[in-house]
Ligand binder design. Sequence first.
Ligand code: ATP
Ligand code: ATP
Ligand code: MG
Ligand code: MG
Length: 259
Amino acid sequence: MANSKYEYVKKFEEDDRLPPSNWIVVRIDGCHFHRFSAEHEFEKPNDEKALNLMNACALAMLEQFSDIVFAYGVSDEYSFIWKETTVFYQRRASKMLSLCVSYFTSMYVSKWKDFFPHKELKGPPYFDGRVVCYPKSKIIRDYLAWRQVDCHINNQYNTCFWMLVKSGKTEKEAQEFLKGTQAKDKNELLFQQFGINYDKLPQIFRKGSSVYREKVENIVKVDGNGNPVRRMQSEVVVDHMDIIGPKFWSEHPYILKEE
Ligand code: ATP
Ligand code: ATP
Ligand code: MG
Ligand code: MG
């Protein structure tokens, strides 16, 4: 290839290849979604359609990029876990990050009408992102636990906050009312004042959403004798289970298996 005298400018580019043998987490977060959700009249505290739209975008990501082994989402954020051995884009941080942000955003816009057929997109939704390396799968589990605990704390607060607002308090009064309250007080408030059993609220609100590959046995064809031929296949699924305890991980050891 011909080298022009301008070629030297390439040398100014930094080598941002991420260290080998590390799990790579890309976390994206909606920019100004407080405003975006208000403009599009999302239900408070949780608009289920908006969450399902986020989940559909994450599902599309796992279907497109086989080196993403797991994704976890809550509110306007999603974390994508790339396997430790990935050599996607030579592990270049800027490439992997920008790709996640743009692919997700693009999906969000193109799938919007499937989830909100009667709502026009008013402004462009956009996301920021960051990339972090973790050297051990144990830390990835702690990372995911951190996000799921955050989901729980925020959801409990927001459920109380919006119930107080819907019952006539101003946003400022509701905020004041909840200042300094513990988890137990909030559960009590929901139950006593609004008859809500927090533990009975939909899992998607309390636990967030996880996207991963499930091994399923499918009938792929019928043989000459009319017997079904089964094969193990993997299928990208969305679920709302607990990812803090060991149960899910011991049932799905292949997701965070280290090589
Ligand atoms: P930033 O640009 O700094 O991220 P932000 O306004 O997006 O600011 P976040 O802390 O990311 O702030 O919070 C996201 C906000 O988006 C929530 O506070 C909530 O108001 C709103 N939101 C996101 N998803 C939903 C949803 N499914 N239902 C209702 N509200 C939502
Ligand atoms: P990568 O994914 O690594 O960026 P790439 O295939 O996108 O690979 P680039 O080096 O970014 O490669 O080059 C972009 C290519 O896209 C060009 O070589 C050209 O073939 C094509 N392309 C971009 N814009 C146009 C356009 N307006 N008309 C025709 N071809 C275009
Ligand atoms: Mg945000
Ligand atoms: Mg957020």
